[in-house]
Design a protein around this ligand. Structure first.
Ligand code: OOB
Length: 550
């Protein structure tokens, strides 16, 4: 470990921690404890199913333990971070529970992330290893690993690369030298893993979550969603994302002793046959996918009647579309408004249809403190829009190693600034109205405008750039980059700019959907505008021009 990469921690003030324990939210349980318990109670029940595997709880535990023995055999040490980049496949769970059992800390990357993002996660977390599958969705993750190793500073500690599948020059995951496992794995108040924020400024921030706080969030979510041994959860979205991981997601399902079924893609073509074959009872989607499913369901030959709950979250679901879920899919809609930093809100399964269709739910916990405030931090009257601040038993108190972001994102008394603008109704339900921050919510993927601007500014033909979100019928929002070419240089072609961004190794969803070349950004009389005002003005002008054309 280097001095610049301290181990991630998450600290609640002692009086809060004591209260969360006393109220039974934090039960002193680790991930390994709960997997062992389920494997003892339900050894022969199916835990995880994908195209190639059908693992019982006993099998999952056995595989996780041998993974753990291998990780330690390789020389990884308790507390080491491991950047994990795996798609929706059963091995995700043997790997992750194996890391937990060895006291190692996964850092969850999404399959869509590329060199630029992985480099940042490795550096920022001080990771000792990068673990990925050989290939996925036509991409070769060994190439990415090769670049990571090649560019690594020779003074930096070595980065191990573990590969699921054909490892080539790297360490194959299936042949690790094993050592006996220690009795102890982790302590419940330890950081169990690190999630990635989709934040609005610059590069992604790292979100350390403890066993205590995270297990509470999915145990309580599983109760809210009435999960049981008979529940079958379909992992359709990328399962490393917080929503399908814990709301109640795959972990909540395993906690309840149910079955997790993994779909390699969220498309109706991939998911509908699995719903029929496995008797899926619950799944979660982002709004654009829910729309696709609603259009495909009336035409499908597959029997979807086992589906009891369709969760929709990650971005605003419009009431018009929400109202179609029950009549078309003949199941209950549950809106989910959450964030990787913590707070998750749900409409409840027995709520009135009006509530389910028009709101984004209410918090999980009686101890989720929610404030809706104005620009000066004063609470707004009930029903009025304001900024959402929150604090509670599963909401972080700080990002990992990021004093600047922490100063911006948390109040002195520990409330997290969600950046969302909401209204709280008299019944306590929240309605999301928009964002205060400058990010683009593209079909649930959060893109920082600043991060994309910084990439484009590095292009030799670009003088200045502003990236804004534009409402999009299908995606909810899409990204548009307004680019001022450098004078004297040849005008860059929008397609060339996009190709150039891809070549820098960034997730495809961050490549601007649209690039508009402009001569200049009109500044105000004072001659200066903030980025934020500039983006707002460009968006307004673009929309006005679009409306005039229509
Ligand atoms: C989920 O987590 P993140 O970290 O990718 O994004 C959080 C942000 C929220 O702050 C909000 O701006 C937006 O995504 N959001 C929604 C929403 N759910 C999330 N905006 C409107 N309506 C919704 N239902 O996206 C996430 C994490 C756990 C559960 C569900 C979603």
């Amino acid at each position: 470990m280097t001095a610049s990469s301290p181990s991630p921690r998450q600290i609640w003030p002692e009086d809060f921690a004591a209260r969360y324990r006393a109220r039974g939210y934090w039960r002193g349980e680790t991930f390994s404890d709960f997997l062992r318990a389920r494997a003892a109670e339900l050894p022969d029940n199916l835990a995880v199913v994908d195209a190639a595997n059908r693992w019982t709880y006993a099998e999952l535990l056995r595989r996780a333990e041998s993974m753990a023995a291998g990780f330690l055999g390789l020389g990884l040490r308790r507390g080491d971070r491991v950047v994990v980049q795996l798609g929706n496949r059963a091995e995700f769970f043997s790997v992750v529970f194996g890391l937990f059992r060895a006291g190692l800390v996964p850092v969850f990357a999404l399959p869509a992330h590329r060199l630029t993002e992985i480099r940042h996660f490795v550096a920022k977390s001080g990771a000792a290893a990068y673990l990925a599958a050989d290939r996925g969705d036509g991409f070769d993750y060994r190439m990415l690993a090769r670049s990571l190793i090649l560019e690594r500073d020779t003074a930096a500690p070595p980065l191990r690369v573990l590969i699921l599948g054909e490892a080539e020059e790297f360490t194959p995951l299936h042949a690790l030298p094993m050592v006996p496992l220690p009795e102890e794995d982790a302590s419940p108040s330890d950081v169990a893993f690190v999630q990635i924020s989709g934040g609005s400024t610059g590069l992604s921030k790292l979100i350390p979550r403890t066993h205590d706080d995270y297990i509470y969030s999915f145990r309580a979510s599983a109760e809210i969603c009435a999960l049981s041994l008979r529940s079958v959860y379909l992992g359709a979205l990328p399962i490393a994302h917080n929503f399908p991981m814990s709301s109640p997601g795959t972990f909540g399902t395993l906690y309840a002793g149910g079955r997790v079924v993994l779909s390699p893609s969220p498309s109706p073509e991939a998911a509908f046959p699995l719903i029929e074959r496995e008797g899926v009872t619950i799944t979660g989607l982002v709004p654009p996918l829910a729309l696709l499913w609603l259009d495909a369901a009336p035409k499908t030959k597959h029997d979807l009647s086992s589906l009891q709950v369709l969760q929709v979250g990650g971005a605003k679901f419009t009431p018009e579309v929400a109202a179609r879920v029950r009549p078309v899919l003949r199941c209950t809609l549950q809106q989910v408004f959450g964030m990787a930093e913590g707070l998750v809100n749900y409409t409840r399964l027995d709520d009135a249809e009006e509530v389910i269709v028009n709101t984004q739910g209410r918090p999980i916990s009686p101890d989720d403190e929610v404030l809706v405030v104005d620009d000066s931090g004063e609470p707004v009257p009930e029903g009025e829009p304001g900024y959402l601040l929150t604090r509670g038993p599963y909401t972080i108190r700080a990002y990992h190693d990021d004093p600047g972001a922490n100063a911006r994102s948390f109040t002195a008394d520990g409330f997290y600034h969600t950046g969302d603008i909401v209204r709280r109704r008299a019944d306590g339900y929240l309605v999301v109205g928009g964002r205060a921050g400058d990010h683009i919510n593209r079909a649930g993927e959060k893109i920082s405008a600043e991060e994309i601007e910084d990439h484009l500014l590095a292009h030799p033909q670009v003088f200045d750039v502003a990236v804004v979100s534009i409402p999009d019928e299908y995606l909810g929002e899409r990204s548009c980059a307004f680019v001022i070419p450098r004078s004297g240089a040849e005008r860059p072609r929008p397609t060339a700019l996009k190709a150039w961004m891809r070549a820098r190794g960034i997730a495809e969803f961050k490549v601007p959907d649209q690039v508009v070349l402009v001569e200049r950004f009109d500044t105000t009389a004072a001659g200066k505008t903030s980025r934020k005002e500039l983006r707002a003005r460009l968006r307004a002008e673009f929309l006005a021009a679009q409306a005039a054309r229509a």
